[in-house]
Design a protein around this ligand. Structure first.
Ligand code: SAM
Ligand code: SF4
Length: 352
């Protein structure tokens, strides 16, 4: 049952100009505060762990329009979402995505939203960094798995590392706090965990290592890519003195501090550590499908209620019904016997 026994403070909703609605709380008592929205499934890269070389992208008509994305995000804010992350695919590849950022920024000004942020591959950051700051964005996550330009091109199947590094420069110059995301990959960046961390910390950036997750069919086998993060920590401990820190961003990462640099290192370990108990997140795809858990197939269509009427009542009903089904957790597994992806959709669809 959905808890409806408390409403959101009126003051937070001035800009939304609609009566307060009950906050969204799932059957396990977790309030939904964090929404991740994939604004496009397209990308200018084809990272080997994320996509197949010949990905078939969705027809444009299936995507939510920017107006629909705005309505959908605003509906979640009315129900208690305080943090919104736009992702993809590559969010900065969506045509006119800045219009969406600009519109959503009104919720930062009104206080309905605490944080508007994005996860990007960085290729378009040089172009958009200043505008993002103007829209109230203060932090960005940029994915960099290797600092070797040749390896980077192979791994992304087309990316230009220099362009991404320029993007990071532009973001920092514009005043954005940058956090680096690096997926730990066997035979790819095993020798770079220390250099990547040194580079990030020298530039005042946190870095988070991510275990590769079994999402979507790719060319090749996950078991060949997977490294448990215990191996990453073991490797980092040869160079850094790691101390646990209480820092939390509302995301699933657990943080350590490297005493030598003073910088933070995050670890996202969906496979070796169950991070579900405190999960306050849900995800929406660019077609308006709401996933209550990254690692489960159950989903709810929000596009039909969005398109069925100009008002948002049907949308709210669909969101409530879906949150009432949010599962307790996922059960990812990667091993030789289980070579099928845990869920069939790619990370670029649900958004990382
Ligand atoms: N294109 C943007 C980017 O690369 O940052 C945003 C979308 S991408 C899907 C978000 C994050 O998911 C990236 O940090 C990426 O490395 C990570 N990712 C993609 N596929 C993954 C997988 N199978 N397992 C773990 N992380 C994955
Ligand atoms: Fe594109 Fe990001 Fe997936 Fe790489 S990880 S292919 S940059 S969506």
């Amino acid at each position: 049952m959905l808890r409806t026994d408390f409403a959101l403070p009126e003051a937070n909703l001035t800009d939304l100009a609609i009566p307060a609605k009950p906050a969204l709380v799932d059957p396990f008592g977790r309030a939904i505060r964090y929404l991740r929205v994939s604004v496009t499934d397209r990308c200018d890269f084809r990272c080997v762990y994320c996509m197949a070389e010949d990905m078939a992208f969705l027809p444009k008509r299936d995507l939510l329009t920017l107006e629909e994305l705005d309505r959908l995000c605003s509906a979640f804010m009315l129900r208690g979402t305080k943090k919104l992350r736009l992702t993809g695919g590559e969010p900065l590849m969506r045509r006119d995505v800045m219009t969406l950022f600009r519109r959503l920024s009104r919720h930062l000004r009104s206080g309905a939203l605490d944080e508007l942020t994005l996860t990007t591959n960085g290729s378009q950051l040089a172009k958009y960094a200043k505008e993002l700051v103007d829209c109230g964005v203060r932090r960005v996550n940029v994915s960099v798995d290797t600092l070797d330009a040749a390896k980077f091109r192979l791994l992304t199947r087309r990316g230009d590392l220099a362009l991404v590094l320029e993007g990071i420069d532009a973001a920092q110059d514009a005043g954005l706090a940058v956090k680096i995301n690096a997926v730990a990959l066997r035979h790819v960046n095993e020798d770079e965990f220390i250099p990547l961390t040194e580079w990030a910390h020298e530039r005042g950036m946190d870095i988070t290592f991510i275990e590769v997750m079994p999402l979507g069919e790719i060319d090749g086998q996950r078991v060949d890519q997977y490294i448990p993060l215990t191996q990453v920590t073991g490797n980092l401990a040869e160079r850094f003195t790691l101390e646990p820190v209480a820092y939390a961003t509302g995301g699933p990462a657990r943080y350590m501090r490297a005493q030598e640099t003073g910088g933070r290192i995050g670890f996202i370990t969906p496979l070796t550590h169950n991070f579900c108990e405190s999960c306050n997140r849900v995800r929406v795809t660019c077609t308006g499908t709401l996933f209550m858990c990254l690692g489960q197939e159950d989903a709810a269509d929000l596009r039909a209620p969005l398109r069925a009427s100009e008002g948002d009542e049907l949308l709210h009903q669909a969101i409530e019904a879906a949150i009432a089904r949010k599962p307790k957790g996922h059960d990812f597994i990667i091993d030789r016997a289980t070579q099928m992806p845990a869920v069939s959709r790619h990370m670029s669809m649900t958004g990382g």
